[in-house]
Design a protein around this ligand. Structure first.
Ligand code: NAP
Length: 349
């Protein structure tokens, strides 16, 4: 395996900012992953695991250790007797390529997750979800390298402790595992999920139920309109996706804020989020705090098509992105008393 030195990391991210990696190892097999880990350990260097780079902000000074890019490819499917079809994919497989394969095979369960940038291995980490589907609903097992024992293990869905945008991989066991492969149990000839208003609106004038392929195409179109589909040359898509998580607040806080907002002639949008909690759309909070789509601060800005995406308008530095993030967080805190949490992983800060 070739381990390169001083490799610029910005081109490996969708946001396109960040300095170099001291060492950069692109790993195509489980053996190479272990080799790269041993390389870092033998030099007592920190390790950072890179997938598709779609949810990352890398500091301008770069990363002073080993960046391990997981590029394990390969996907297959099988249908065990009397069981749901299983799709098994290497962590480095492009996520949307896998989704397309499942839809082509007329298997339901991932269709609403079409058009999401990144790799298969990144999806369990924050339990990626969209339009009412989450990977936790279909993940059967996650094959991992345990960095404590340097052994390969298989974690069941339950062992991953998935919750909203969360799992053991980004909470209790952060930095413990490298994800090598993921398997998904889908529903052969299942019905697509059309739960969210955006999708229902899309099909409002159609007759009959949409197919899985039609829902996949609709999700891609909706994402494209919001610049949440990576299209080369589309400046509004040079982002790390949604920059802030949708806050989940206690019901009492929601009621108090709702009343305050109503007194200004506005209605606070919200969705149920389990017993005693409400989920608020971060995009609404950002816009109402005065940060409209298209807002610019130097070479960083807010997408013209989605208030939640911070974009690199060309030549932005990580410092520019973080300065805009700080300004938005302070504005929303001041206006609504809510501290928005960034969704991307911040590396090297
Ligand atoms: P959106 O569809 O405008 O939704 C904004 C917020 O409203 C989200 O929190 C969403 O919940 C919630 N929401 C909308 N309709 C709902 C319903 N029928 N029931 C319950 N909650 C509802 O958001 P967007 O920014 O354009 O993003 C589109 C989808 O991609 C959303 O589902 C969003 O969460 C998802 N997304 C996921 C990630 C990620 O996994 N890291 C990143 C970016 C966007 P949910 O968050 O539960 O969907």
């Amino acid at each position: 395996m070739l381990i390169r030195e001083q490799v610029a990391l910005a081109p490996f991210t969708t946001l396109g900012v960040g300095g170099p990696a001291r060492y950069f190892a692109e790993t195509h097999s489980e053996a190479e992953v272990i080799e790269a880990v041993e390389f870092a350990r033998s030099r007592q260097l920190p390790l950072f695991v890179l997938g598709g780079g779609s949810n990352l902000v890398i500091a301008d000074k770069g990363f002073p250790g080993v960046v391990l890019k997981v590029a394990i490819s390969g996907s297959s499917s099988c249908t065990p007797p009397r069981k749901n079809p299983l799709f098994i994919a290497g962590a480095g497989v492009n996520w949307d390529t896998l989704v397309a394969q499942t839809v082509d095979a007329n298997c339901a369960g991932l269709e609403c997750l079409s058009g999401i940038p990144g790799t298969v291995g990144g999806t369990p980490v924050q339990n990626v979800g969209a339009y009412g589907q989450e990977v936790s609903q279909t993940i059967r097992e996650v094959r991992v390298l345990d960095l404590r024992s340097l052994q390969i293990e298989i974690l069941s869905n339950a062992e991953c402790s998935f919750t909203y945008r969360s799992s053991i991989f980004n909470t209790t066991e952060r930095d413990r595992y490298i994800i090598l492969q993921v398997s998904f149990a889908l529903h052969q000839d299942g019905k697509p999920s059309v739960r969210y208003a955006d999708l229902q609106k899309f099909f409002a004038s159609s007759t009959g139920d949409p197919t899985l392929a039609e829902v996949r195409a609709a999700v891609c179109e909706i994402r494209y309109r919001k610049a949440m589909l990576i299209v080369p040359g589309d400046e509004d898509a040079r982002s790390a996706g949604s920059f802030f998580k949708n806050p989940i607040v206690p019901q009492s806080f929601f009621e108090e804020l709702s009343a305050r907002v109503e007194s200004r002639g506005l209605q606070l949008p919200s969705y149920p989020a389990g017993d005693g909690f409400r989920k608020l759309p971060a995009a609404w909070l950002v816009e109402q705090a005065g940060f409209s789509r298209g807002y610019s601060k130097g070479a960083a800005g807010i997408s013209r098509r989605h208030a939640l995406a911070i974009v690199n308008r060309g030549g932005a530095t990580a410092a520019d992105i973080i300065a805009l993030k700080d300004e938005i967080q302070a504005g929303v805190l001041n206006e609504f008393g809510i501290e928005l949490q960034p969704e991307p992983v911040l590396v090297g800060f």
